[in-house]
Write a protein that binds this ligand. Structure first.
Ligand code: DGT
Ligand code: CA
Ligand code: CA
Length: 571
């Protein structure tokens, strides 16, 4: 894959931008900007020059350092210094560069003076008038920034499922004041996809134009895009689009199926209908003008000669074949979960005590939890050293003595160091009931290095679970580059469990890898990674993701009763 001169120039420009945001020496910043300009104007691809062995320092503004960086970029496609810098600056701050009117200099001022580091911070500060007070930021510029924020938020933005849920629940509550026969949020939302492009609400009612009239008075609407007699589209104040549609009650099942999607699942269904001599659309399954099925999804799937397929599986990833082979999974449910194996307390960066967490988990009906505070390498999270973790374990023992109805397991989320070794001595690891290993720094190693690092960590005989295996943060941070099939193979071999981290912006593993793990016979654990008692309910998001990955109860270790779990965790 050839890299063009303008791509190389862009890399240096970005590097200069980040240096400037960081407040580095202006001469250094200028050197990279100059280099970018020079590179854009060289008539010949740098790639060719490098391959010909041309001495790049002969180019104006290119010294020995830049020359070696260009070679790195041309040969590896990457610029490691940029990657290091990106790790030091919050990704949300880097996003601000996309806003018209904001360059690195201004971003730096906003960050230093007002601690602005995200689009949302920026919007609030602009609206409150704080930005206009800064030297060099007049009211015109503030207007421009506000407009830029709206655009940036809208551009290709997909909403985390958890965020979509807040709005879906609120709109459903609003609409349920009406006499609707059916009301359901379909689309990717119903399929529990980790991110949702827009909400697709389906309703049936006698007088639908009244429903639309009421719908468009929903208080959180920013813009009414359309409002017809059977359908309407609006944009909410947070830029989420909502489509509302109605059909006759007699078509409800067919419409629900159609608007739930996915599109590619629907296409498969339509092919099956055609093969049977039928026609399928959002109004029903027809033979000529005769209705074969339309009222319910169950009826529809049956008429197509299929089993009922859960919405989470409707992605055309083998669900129809699985149905025909009678191999559809019986998907895991919240009630199958007996404990949560990843959470933090005030010992590291959590907000509640061990006892608080245990009591809250007991209230959720759990049999057990594992307390898994951070290890010392993670200084920002007040990670624990050998001495402190042993103190924590003593406290866990004391609490276990006095608390009833729940068992607290002694665990830790141990950092995987850059060389794949663990941030804790084996002597201490072996005293733990549950060891989670996780990467929190150097996320941008090459695929080869990163994979090697993880494989090495999984060789440690004390590791039980690989926590948030890819490190991605939805809409914010790309996953680490990893050879996942290789890692799953190793996990299988070493008996290591893959985490399905239920934090709504992690959901890591993703659905594809969960399915891959399941097929390879690798066990998983759905954990909330809670830092306070309130986020224990994130389990729901983890369950959603697990279901999208075809997980059954047997695939997930925290469905085991405590004694069986303990047996499983024995080394
Ligand atoms: P999203 O909103 O991007 O997260 O994904 P969806 O799946 O919610 O897609 P959306 O909102 O465009 O459409 C909702 C459902 O409507 C989709 O899942 C299937 C159905 N649908 C939309 N367009 C088509 C189409 O062209 N053909 C078929 N067969 N179904 C469609
Ligand atoms: Ca949608
Ligand atoms: Ca839609």
């Amino acid at each position: 894959m050839a890299i063009t001169n303008s791509e190389i120039a862009k890399i240096f420009t970005k590097y200069a931008d980040l240096l400037e945001i960081k407040g580095e020496n202006p001469f250094k910043v200028r050197a990279y900007r100059n280099a970018a300009r020079v590179i854009e104007n060289i008539g010949k691809p740098l790639e060719e020059l490098v391959h010909e062995g041309y001495d790049l320092t002969k180019l104006p503004g290119i010294g020995a350092d830049l020359s070696s960086y260009i070679k790195e970029i041309v040969t590896t496609g990457r610029f490691s210094k940029l990657e290091e810098l990106e790790e030091q600056i919050p990704p949300t701050l880097i996003q601000l560069l996309a806003i018209e009117g904001l360059g690195p200099k201004r971003i730096r001022v906003l960050y230093e003076k007002l601690h602005i580091q995200s689009l949302e911070d920026l919007r609030q500060a602009a609206q409150s008038g704080e930005i206009a007070k800064l030297p060099g930021f007049g009211p015109t510029l503030v207007q421009k920034i506000l407009k830029g924020v709206t655009l940036a938020k809208k551009a290709g933005r997909r909403f985390k499922w958890s965020e979509a849920k807040e709005y879906a629940d609120d709109i459903v509550e609003y609409l349920s004041k009406l006499e609707l026969k059916h009301l359901v949020v379909a689309g990717s939302y119903r399929r529990k996809k980790e991110t949702v492009g827009d909400l697709d609400i389906l309703a049936t009612a006698k007088n639908f134009s009244q429903v639309i009239e009421y719908f468009i008075r929903y208080p959180k609407i920013k813009e009414i895009v359309s409002a017809g007699s059977t359908r309407s589209t609006v944009i909410l104040t947070n830029d989420l689009q909502v489509d509302l549609r109605s059909v006759e009650d007699s078509s409800y099942g067919a419409a629900l199926n159609y608007f739930t999607g996915s599109k590619s699942h629907n296409i498969e269904l339509r092919k099956i209908a055609l093969d049977l001599g039928y026609k399928l659309n959002e109004y029903g399954l027809f033979q000529g003008s005769k209705v074969i099925a339309s009222k319910s999804e169950e009826e529809l799937y049956k008429a197509l000669g299929l089993c009922y397929i859960e919405p989470e599986l409707r992605e055309n990833r083998g669900e129809i074949e699985a149905c025909r082979a009678k191999k559809l999974p019986k998907l895991i449910e919240q009630k199958d979960i007996r404990g949560d194996l990843h959470m933090h307390t005030v010992y590291s960066d959590g907000k509640h005590t061990i006892e608080d967490m245990a009591k809250a988990a007991k209230e959720m009906g759990y049999e057990y939890i594992a307390i898994t505070d951070h290890s010392k390498r993670l200084t920002v999270a007040k990670g624990l050293d050998e001495r402190r973790i042993l103190e924590e374990f003593e406290e866990i023992e004391r609490i276990n003595e006095k608390i009833e109805g729940i068992t607290i397991l002694k665990g830790m989320e141990v950092d995987i160091l850059e060389d794949g070794s663990l941030d804790m001595s084996d002597e201490v690891l072996k005293q733990m009931d549950v060891v989670l290993a996780a990467i929190h720094y150097k996320l941008k190693l090459s695929k080869e290095q990163q994979t090697k690092r993880v494989l090495k960590a999984l060789e440690n005989p004390y590791v039980h679970i690989l926590a948030h295996p890819t490190g991605r943060i939805i809409n914010m941070r790309e996953p680490m580059q990893l050879d996942m099939p290789k890692i799953l193979e190793q996990a299988k071999k070493r008996g290591v469990v893959m985490e399905i981290n239920a934090q709504p912006d992690r959901l890591d593993l993703n659905d594809i890898y969960i399915k891959m793990a399941k097929e390879m016979g690798v066990k998983m654990a759905i954990n909330t990674d809670s830092h306070n008692i309130f986020s224990l309910y994130y389990m729901e998001y983890g369950i959603n993701q697990a279901r999208r990955g075809w997980c059954e109860r047997e695939d997930v270790i925290n469905t085991l009763p405590l004694n069986e779990l303990k047996k499983f965790l024995q080394r």
